[in-house]
Design a protein around this ligand. Structure first.
Ligand code: PGA
Length: 263
């Protein structure tokens, strides 16, 4: 069985105080859960992705705890005259383990294209920064209603696969996030989500069965403590990317607990 991952996407929320107290709150709950876990170590991956300015505070707060830090975006460029951008070496220096790429809000509100996201993915897997990409894919409501869900997901994946090759996915995570379920309170049913997750894994398996078997494919879109276990229990769902519910230690820890129950 693949390790489950619970990842919190804080989006543009927080402050220095909130970062410290939220991380400490999560670490405390998760450590309690870990203490009752077999072998006294956490059998799931726990990740939080605060806004850029709080990454340093966050990595200080997680020191020696069971939580990993990620960023919400990164530049495809290593350094240079790119005002307002943040590079992979910078994330690496802030002890980031992961970076979200192609979140639907980046695609929609900041017009990030499949090609641009593929460049960012290529940057992550080509250097020795050890910042792993979490590639977000997902369809709009209109696309689902038109029966185009799998076509859209395929296009989003193909752009990256064509750029970096399938073997690069050995060091990546995928997050399936139906756009209509993000921040809306409306969750894909476990069956709806599983259908797309299975499609993603089959698509990768056609290129490399080993990569497909190992890669964590997370579900995102209104995951809460109440629905997490049912979603994560699906064969091809390996945890969640959590927005709103990641901003409260109690609800995020509740989702971690659901993942632990299944691990
Ligand atoms: P949500 O957000 O959990 O608030 O729906 C998920 C996401 O955008 O990653």
């Amino acid at each position: 069985m693949r390790r489950l991952m619970v990842a919190g996407n804080w989006k543009m929320h927080g402050s220095v105080d909130m970062t410290t107290s939220l991380i400490h709150g999560i670490a405390e709950s998760v450590s309690k859960l870990a203490a009752s876990a077999p072998q006294d170590h956490l059998p799931i991956d726990v990740l939080v992705c605060p806004p850029y300015p709080y990454l340093g505070v966050a990595s200080a707060a997680v020191k020696s705890g069971p939580i990993m830090i990620g960023a919400q975006n990164v530049s495809q460029y290593e350094q240079g005259a790119f005002t307002g951008e943040v590079s992979l070496p910078m994330l690496s220096e802030m002890s980031c383990h992961y970076v979200l790429l192609g979140h639907s809000e980046r695609r929609e509100l900041f017009t990030e294209s499949n090609a641009e996201i593929a460049e960012k993915f290529a940057a992550c897997v080509s250097g020795d920064h050890n910042v792993l990409p979490v590639l977000c894919v997902g369809e709009l409501l209109a696309e689902r209603q038109a029966g185009d869900t799998k076509k859209v997901i395929d296009q989003q994946l193909d752009a990256v696969i064509e750029r970096v090759g399938i073997s690069a996915f050995a060091h990546a995570v995928i997050a399936y996030e139906p756009v209509w379920a993000i921040g809306t309170g409306e969750t894909a049913s476990p069956e709806q989500a599983q259908e797309v997750h299975a499609h993603i894994r089959q698509k990768l398996a056609a290129l490399d069965a080993n990569v497909a078997e190992k890669i964590q494919v997370l579900y995102g879109g209104s995951v809460k403590p109440e629905n997490a276990e049912q979603l994560f229990a699906q064969n091809d769902i390996d945890g969640g990317l959590i927005g709103g519910a990641s901003l409260k230690a109690e609800s995020f820890a509740g989702i971690c607990q659901a993942a632990l129950k299944l691990s």
